[in-house]
Design a protein around this ligand. Structure first.
Ligand code: ADP
Ligand code: MG
Length: 274
């Protein structure tokens, strides 16, 4: 997919080179690279995104952090094709670097399940209606197994805990084997322990399935725990683009990661620190 709204191009500040360690990490056949060039978005006179240029290699896990209102959700909506940029370009690229249409899915903070459908049927919604019921049910059960909810397939959403509902939402996003998964504060409404187990789950399915991931979170420690790379947005620009070189899966309480977390927090808080 290509969206060309404007010819302007601005280089990202000191964008590092990223190479995925292919020994360590599966990259799914359908995983797409993402390129943004000079992406801008304004709502009236409110210039929310002011020239975002990034290249995200296929299979990379990127976290986007920044203050509330800095444009994180706007960026994800544009990535998902739910909104149009005011200027700049967005491309998805296949392994050969050719423009492609990515199968991109998103999970929001609220699971947005349909209360009148069973858990398995909610997951099957992610397949659309191009596939017959029996095949859809089989695919839904397979992915429910991946998120450790196989035994809830026939249950109503109202009978699940908040964490379980969010796992159903993740399963619905994964059932079509996306090349790009966008997560907009997906764990923001969960309690601390459920968050940690969901973080491990997201990390595991990402390592197993190998899609490109863009996670928006306000939790810096979550970003550093999960991502290959953390991007700080500030006033519509990339304020910091930091590689997190530690292999996955990661332990909580790692001193090197704590140091990176401190740098990221300082970049977000900036002049707000007394
Ligand atoms: N549909 C919209 N119409 C007008 N303004 C919007 C719209 N969506 C977002 N905004 C504005 O864009 C800015 C960034 O919002 P958002 O991307 O939701 O921030 P974040 O997710 O980082 O908290 C805010 O000032 C918000 O009010
Ligand atoms: Mg948001």
């Amino acid at each position: 997919m290509t969206l060309v709204a404007h010819e302007r191009f601005q280089a990202a500040p000191s964008e590092p080179e990223y190479e995925l360690d292919r020994e360590r990490q599966t990259v799914a056949a359908g995983a797409a690279a993402i390129t943004l060039k000079g992406l801008e978005k304004s709502f009236g006179s409110n210039r929310v995104l002011r020239g975002i240029s990034l290249h995200i290699p296929a299979g990379q896990f990127v976290a986007v952090i920044g203050k509330s209102g800095c444009g994180k959700s706007t960026l994800l909506r544009i990535l998902m094709g739910l909104d149009e940029p005011s200027a700049g370009e967005l491309h998805f690229e296949d392994e050969a670097g050719a423009d492609t249409h990515a199968n991109a899915r998103i999970v929001f903070q609220e699971p947005r399940l349909l209360p009148w459908l069973s858990v398995a049927d909610n997951v099957a919604v992610g397949l659309g209606d191009r596939i017959d019921r029996q095949a859809a049910r089989a695919a839904a059960e397979a992915v429910l197994n991946e998120v450790q909810l196989a035994e809830k397939a026939s249950e109503w959403p109202s009978r699940l805990s908040g964490g379980q509902r969010q796992r159903v939402a993740l399963a619905r996003a994964l059932v079509s084997r996306p090349g790009v998964l966008a997560l907009d504060e997906p764990l923001g409404a969960l309690d601390a322990l459920t968050r940690i187990s969901m973080q491990e789950l997201i990390s595991r399915v990402w390592r197993e399935l190998g899609f490109t991931t863009v996670l928006v979170t306000h939790d810096v420690s979550e970003a550093v725990h999960l991502a290959d790379r953390v991007i700080v947005l500030d006033e519509g620009r990339v304020a910091l683009d930091l590689a997190i070189p530690d292999p996955h899966p990661r332990r909580h309480g790692n001193a090197k990661l704590a140091e990176l977390e401190g740098r990221l927090l300082a970049a977000i808080l900036g002049s707000d620190v007394p």
